[in-house]
Design a protein around this ligand. Structure first.
Ligand code: SF4
Length: 286
Protein backbone atom coordinates (compact mmCIF):
# COMPACT_ATOMS: atom_id res chain seq x y z
CA UNK A 1 0.00 0.00 0.00
CA UNK A 2 1.39 3.36 -1.03
CA UNK A 3 1.15 6.37 1.25
CA UNK A 4 -1.43 8.79 -0.07
CA UNK A 5 -0.76 12.40 -0.91
CA UNK A 6 -2.93 15.43 -0.11
CA UNK A 7 -3.75 14.63 3.51
CA UNK A 8 -2.77 15.76 6.97
CA UNK A 9 -2.59 14.07 10.34
CA UNK A 10 -5.03 15.21 13.01
CA UNK A 11 -3.35 14.08 16.22
CA UNK A 12 -2.04 10.50 16.46
CA UNK A 13 -4.91 8.51 15.01
CA UNK A 14 -7.06 10.67 12.78
CA UNK A 15 -6.23 11.93 9.31
CA UNK A 16 -7.97 14.30 6.96
CA UNK A 17 -7.89 13.89 3.17
CA UNK A 18 -7.80 17.01 0.97
CA UNK A 19 -7.82 15.31 -2.39
CA UNK A 20 -11.44 16.15 -3.13
CA UNK A 21 -13.90 18.64 -1.64
CA UNK A 22 -15.38 16.00 0.66
CA UNK A 23 -12.38 16.56 2.99
CA UNK A 24 -13.05 13.25 4.77
CA UNK A 25 -11.85 12.94 8.35
CA UNK A 26 -10.81 9.29 8.64
CA UNK A 27 -10.38 7.33 11.87
CA UNK A 28 -7.81 4.56 12.24
CA UNK A 29 -8.73 1.43 10.26
CA UNK A 30 -11.40 3.27 8.24
CA UNK A 31 -11.56 4.47 4.66
CA UNK A 32 -12.83 7.76 3.27
CA UNK A 33 -16.06 8.10 1.28
CA UNK A 34 -14.42 6.85 -1.93
CA UNK A 35 -13.54 3.56 -0.21
CA UNK A 36 -9.95 3.40 -1.49
CA UNK A 37 -8.03 5.65 0.91
CA UNK A 38 -7.49 4.06 4.30
CA UNK A 39 -6.09 5.26 7.60
CA UNK A 40 -3.50 2.62 8.58
CA UNK A 41 -1.93 3.45 11.95
CA UNK A 42 -2.38 7.17 11.42
CA UNK A 43 -1.02 7.13 7.84
CA UNK A 44 -3.35 7.55 4.86
CA UNK A 45 -2.74 4.80 2.30
CA UNK A 46 -4.03 4.22 -1.21
CA UNK A 47 -5.60 0.76 -1.52
CA UNK A 48 -5.61 0.81 -5.33
CA UNK A 49 -2.05 1.84 -6.21
CA UNK A 50 -1.00 -0.34 -9.18
CA UNK A 51 -4.29 -2.19 -8.93
CA UNK A 52 -6.61 -1.43 -11.84
CA UNK A 53 -9.76 -3.54 -12.02
CA UNK A 54 -10.55 -2.54 -15.60
CA UNK A 55 -7.87 -2.65 -18.30
CA UNK A 56 -8.80 -2.36 -21.98
CA UNK A 57 -7.61 -1.01 -25.28
CA UNK A 58 -10.19 1.54 -26.46
CA UNK A 59 -10.52 4.01 -29.31
CA UNK A 60 -10.03 7.49 -27.87
CA UNK A 61 -13.45 8.46 -29.27
CA UNK A 62 -15.00 6.11 -26.70
CA UNK A 63 -13.90 8.33 -23.79
CA UNK A 64 -15.43 10.47 -25.47
CA UNK A 65 -12.64 12.64 -26.86
CA UNK A 66 -13.33 13.52 -30.50
CA UNK A 67 -10.86 16.34 -31.02
CA UNK A 68 -7.70 14.96 -29.45
CA UNK A 69 -5.62 12.39 -31.37
CA UNK A 70 -8.62 11.11 -33.35
CA UNK A 71 -8.29 7.63 -34.77
CA UNK A 72 -5.89 6.45 -32.06
CA UNK A 73 -6.42 3.68 -29.54
CA UNK A 74 -5.17 3.93 -25.98
CA UNK A 75 -4.66 1.74 -22.94
CA UNK A 76 -7.58 2.48 -20.63
CA UNK A 77 -7.34 1.93 -16.89
CA UNK A 78 -9.74 2.28 -13.98
CA UNK A 79 -9.81 1.11 -10.38
CA UNK A 80 -12.65 0.52 -7.96
CA UNK A 81 -14.20 3.36 -5.93
CA UNK A 82 -15.66 6.80 -6.50
CA UNK A 83 -15.95 10.11 -4.64
CA UNK A 84 -19.48 10.81 -5.93
CA UNK A 85 -22.63 8.82 -5.34
CA UNK A 86 -24.55 9.15 -8.60
CA UNK A 87 -27.85 7.29 -8.68
CA UNK A 88 -27.49 6.86 -12.46
CA UNK A 89 -23.89 5.54 -12.38
CA UNK A 90 -23.11 3.52 -15.47
CA UNK A 91 -20.14 1.78 -13.83
CA UNK A 92 -21.83 1.10 -10.51
CA UNK A 93 -20.32 -2.40 -10.27
CA UNK A 94 -16.86 -0.88 -9.81
CA UNK A 95 -17.68 2.54 -8.34
CA UNK A 96 -19.07 1.28 -5.01
CA UNK A 97 -17.82 -2.30 -4.53
CA UNK A 98 -17.90 -4.17 -1.24
CA UNK A 99 -14.26 -5.24 -1.60
CA UNK A 100 -11.16 -3.90 -3.29
CA UNK A 101 -10.18 -5.92 -6.33
CA UNK A 102 -7.87 -5.48 -9.30
CA UNK A 103 -4.83 -6.74 -11.16
CA UNK A 104 -1.24 -6.18 -10.14
CA UNK A 105 -0.16 -3.60 -12.70
CA UNK A 106 2.28 -1.01 -11.35
CA UNK A 107 3.15 2.10 -13.43
CA UNK A 108 6.31 0.55 -14.95
CA UNK A 109 4.30 -2.40 -16.30
CA UNK A 110 1.62 -0.10 -17.69
CA UNK A 111 4.29 1.71 -19.71
CA UNK A 112 5.93 -1.54 -20.76
CA UNK A 113 2.56 -2.82 -22.00
CA UNK A 114 2.00 0.35 -24.07
CA UNK A 115 5.42 0.04 -25.65
CA UNK A 116 5.00 -3.66 -26.41
CA UNK A 117 1.67 -3.03 -28.12
CA UNK A 118 2.67 0.21 -29.75
CA UNK A 119 -0.06 2.20 -27.99
CA UNK A 120 0.35 6.00 -28.20
CA UNK A 121 -1.29 6.90 -24.91
CA UNK A 122 -3.13 6.09 -21.70
CA UNK A 123 -6.65 6.94 -20.55
CA UNK A 124 -7.41 7.14 -16.84
CA UNK A 125 -11.09 6.35 -16.94
CA UNK A 126 -14.01 4.05 -15.94
CA UNK A 127 -14.02 5.36 -12.35
CA UNK A 128 -12.87 8.73 -11.01
CA UNK A 129 -9.08 8.95 -11.47
CA UNK A 130 -8.80 11.60 -8.76
CA UNK A 131 -9.18 8.97 -6.04
CA UNK A 132 -6.21 6.98 -7.40
CA UNK A 133 -4.09 10.04 -8.08
CA UNK A 134 -0.86 8.49 -6.73
CA UNK A 135 -1.00 5.59 -9.20
CA UNK A 136 -2.20 7.89 -11.99
CA UNK A 137 0.48 10.55 -11.45
CA UNK A 138 3.38 8.07 -11.26
CA UNK A 139 2.13 6.47 -14.48
CA UNK A 140 1.60 9.84 -16.16
CA UNK A 141 5.14 10.98 -15.35
CA UNK A 142 6.63 7.82 -16.88
CA UNK A 143 4.29 8.10 -19.87
CA UNK A 144 5.49 11.62 -20.62
CA UNK A 145 9.12 10.47 -20.55
CA UNK A 146 8.23 7.85 -23.17
CA UNK A 147 6.33 10.34 -25.35
CA UNK A 148 2.90 8.83 -24.60
CA UNK A 149 -0.20 10.95 -24.11
CA UNK A 150 -2.30 11.04 -20.93
CA UNK A 151 -6.05 11.65 -20.92
CA UNK A 152 -8.51 11.68 -18.03
CA UNK A 153 -12.23 11.10 -17.94
CA UNK A 154 -13.33 12.82 -14.77
CA UNK A 155 -16.26 14.10 -12.74
CA UNK A 156 -14.10 17.15 -11.93
CA UNK A 157 -14.78 16.85 -8.20
CA UNK A 158 -11.16 17.43 -7.24
CA UNK A 159 -9.50 20.08 -5.10
CA UNK A 160 -7.50 22.82 -6.88
CA UNK A 161 -4.04 21.73 -5.72
CA UNK A 162 -4.30 18.16 -7.07
CA UNK A 163 -5.84 19.53 -10.28
CA UNK A 164 -2.78 21.74 -10.74
CA UNK A 165 -0.46 18.77 -10.18
CA UNK A 166 -2.32 16.58 -12.65
CA UNK A 167 -2.44 19.37 -15.25
CA UNK A 168 1.36 19.29 -15.55
CA UNK A 169 1.24 15.83 -17.14
CA UNK A 170 -2.25 15.82 -18.66
CA UNK A 171 -2.87 16.32 -22.37
CA UNK A 172 -6.66 16.10 -22.54
CA UNK A 173 -9.66 15.61 -20.31
CA UNK A 174 -13.35 14.94 -20.69
CA UNK A 175 -15.28 16.30 -17.70
CA UNK A 176 -18.88 15.43 -16.94
CA UNK A 177 -20.81 18.59 -16.33
CA UNK A 178 -23.86 16.86 -15.03
CA UNK A 179 -26.38 19.57 -14.22
CA UNK A 180 -27.26 22.36 -11.82
CA UNK A 181 -26.99 22.61 -8.01
CA UNK A 182 -30.27 20.77 -7.50
CA UNK A 183 -29.15 17.93 -9.76
CA UNK A 184 -25.80 17.43 -7.99
CA UNK A 185 -27.52 17.55 -4.59
CA UNK A 186 -30.33 15.20 -5.49
CA UNK A 187 -28.56 12.64 -7.66
CA UNK A 188 -24.82 12.83 -6.94
CA UNK A 189 -24.67 13.36 -3.18
CA UNK A 190 -22.66 16.59 -3.20
CA UNK A 191 -23.78 20.11 -2.21
CA UNK A 192 -23.13 21.88 -5.53
CA UNK A 193 -21.25 21.91 -8.83
CA UNK A 194 -18.90 24.79 -8.05
CA UNK A 195 -15.77 22.62 -7.45
CA UNK A 196 -16.33 20.96 -10.84
CA UNK A 197 -16.45 24.33 -12.58
CA UNK A 198 -13.39 25.48 -10.66
CA UNK A 199 -11.45 22.39 -11.82
CA UNK A 200 -12.45 23.06 -15.42
CA UNK A 201 -11.12 26.63 -15.16
CA UNK A 202 -7.79 25.38 -13.81
CA UNK A 203 -7.45 22.78 -16.57
CA UNK A 204 -8.28 25.48 -19.11
CA UNK A 205 -5.67 27.87 -17.68
CA UNK A 206 -3.08 25.08 -17.76
CA UNK A 207 -3.72 24.55 -21.49
CA UNK A 208 -5.21 21.06 -21.19
CA UNK A 209 -7.49 20.11 -24.11
CA UNK A 210 -11.03 19.98 -22.64
CA UNK A 211 -14.20 18.30 -23.84
CA UNK A 212 -17.41 18.39 -21.81
CA UNK A 213 -20.13 15.75 -21.50
CA UNK A 214 -23.68 16.28 -20.30
CA UNK A 215 -25.77 13.15 -19.75
CA UNK A 216 -29.38 14.14 -20.32
CA UNK A 217 -31.70 12.35 -17.89
CA UNK A 218 -35.43 12.71 -18.52
CA UNK A 219 -37.14 14.73 -15.79
CA UNK A 220 -33.93 15.69 -14.00
CA UNK A 221 -31.69 17.87 -16.19
CA UNK A 222 -33.29 17.85 -19.63
CA UNK A 223 -35.30 21.09 -19.64
CA UNK A 224 -34.14 23.45 -22.42
CA UNK A 225 -33.42 26.22 -19.89
CA UNK A 226 -31.15 23.84 -17.90
CA UNK A 227 -29.26 22.91 -21.06
CA UNK A 228 -29.01 26.56 -22.02
CA UNK A 229 -27.47 27.54 -18.68
CA UNK A 230 -24.79 24.84 -18.98
CA UNK A 231 -24.01 25.74 -22.58
CA UNK A 232 -23.70 29.43 -21.72
CA UNK A 233 -21.34 28.68 -18.85
CA UNK A 234 -19.11 26.57 -21.10
CA UNK A 235 -19.22 29.09 -23.96
CA UNK A 236 -18.30 31.99 -21.68
CA UNK A 237 -15.72 30.26 -19.51
CA UNK A 238 -14.11 27.57 -21.65
CA UNK A 239 -14.81 28.96 -25.09
CA UNK A 240 -17.15 28.19 -27.99
CA UNK A 241 -14.58 25.84 -29.49
CA UNK A 242 -14.92 23.43 -26.55
CA UNK A 243 -16.35 20.15 -27.84
CA UNK A 244 -19.71 19.50 -26.14
CA UNK A 245 -21.10 15.96 -25.93
CA UNK A 246 -24.76 15.40 -25.09
CA UNK A 247 -25.16 11.83 -24.02
CA UNK A 248 -28.24 9.65 -24.01
CA UNK A 249 -29.29 8.13 -20.68
CA UNK A 250 -30.07 4.44 -20.34
CA UNK A 251 -31.60 3.10 -17.10
CA UNK A 252 -28.92 2.02 -14.63
CA UNK A 253 -28.23 1.41 -10.95
CA UNK A 254 -30.86 3.18 -8.77
CA UNK A 255 -32.60 4.74 -11.77
CA UNK A 256 -33.81 1.67 -13.60
CA UNK A 257 -37.33 3.12 -13.80
CA UNK A 258 -36.32 6.34 -15.51
CA UNK A 259 -36.93 6.23 -19.28
CA UNK A 260 -34.27 6.41 -21.99
CA UNK A 261 -33.63 9.96 -23.23
CA UNK A 262 -35.80 10.61 -26.30
CA UNK A 263 -33.87 11.51 -29.46
CA UNK A 264 -35.87 14.78 -29.69
CA UNK A 265 -34.38 15.91 -26.35
CA UNK A 266 -30.86 15.29 -27.62
CA UNK A 267 -31.56 17.09 -30.89
CA UNK A 268 -33.08 20.02 -29.01
CA UNK A 269 -29.97 20.23 -26.81
CA UNK A 270 -27.79 20.16 -29.92
CA UNK A 271 -29.82 23.03 -31.41
CA UNK A 272 -29.48 25.07 -28.22
CA UNK A 273 -25.69 24.60 -28.15
CA UNK A 274 -25.37 25.51 -31.83
CA UNK A 275 -27.64 28.54 -31.39
CA UNK A 276 -25.19 29.83 -28.78
CA UNK A 277 -22.26 29.38 -31.13
CA UNK A 278 -20.76 26.12 -29.88
CA UNK A 279 -18.67 24.86 -32.77
CA UNK A 280 -18.40 21.15 -31.97
CA UNK A 281 -21.54 19.51 -30.67
CA UNK A 282 -21.81 15.72 -30.56
CA UNK A 283 -24.53 13.30 -29.53
CA UNK A 284 -23.45 10.17 -27.67
CA UNK A 285 -25.00 6.76 -26.89
CA UNK A 286 -27.28 7.14 -29.88
S1 SF4 B 1 -10.59 11.44 -2.14
FE1 SF4 B 1 -11.79 9.94 -0.95
S2 SF4 B 1 -10.98 10.04 1.11
FE2 SF4 B 1 -10.24 11.84 0.05
S3 SF4 B 1 -11.72 13.46 0.54
FE3 SF4 B 1 -12.38 12.54 -1.39
S4 SF4 B 1 -13.81 10.93 -0.86
FE4 SF4 B 1 -12.71 11.49 1.00
Amino acid sequence: MKEASFYKKLGKKKVQCFLCPRHCTIMEGKTGFCGVRKNVDGVLKSLVYGKPCAVNIDPIEKKPLYHFKPGTVCLSLGTVGCNLDCSFCQNWDISHPKTIFGENLPPERVIEFCKQHNLPGIAYTYNEPTIWIEFALDTMKLAKKEGLYNVWVSNGYTNPEPVKNVSKYLDAINVDLKGDVKFYKRLCGIPNEEPVKKSLLIYKKAGVHIEVTNLLIPGFNDKPEQTERLVLWVAENLGKGTPFHFSRFFPHFRMRDTPITPMETLKKAEDIAKKHGMKHVHLGNV
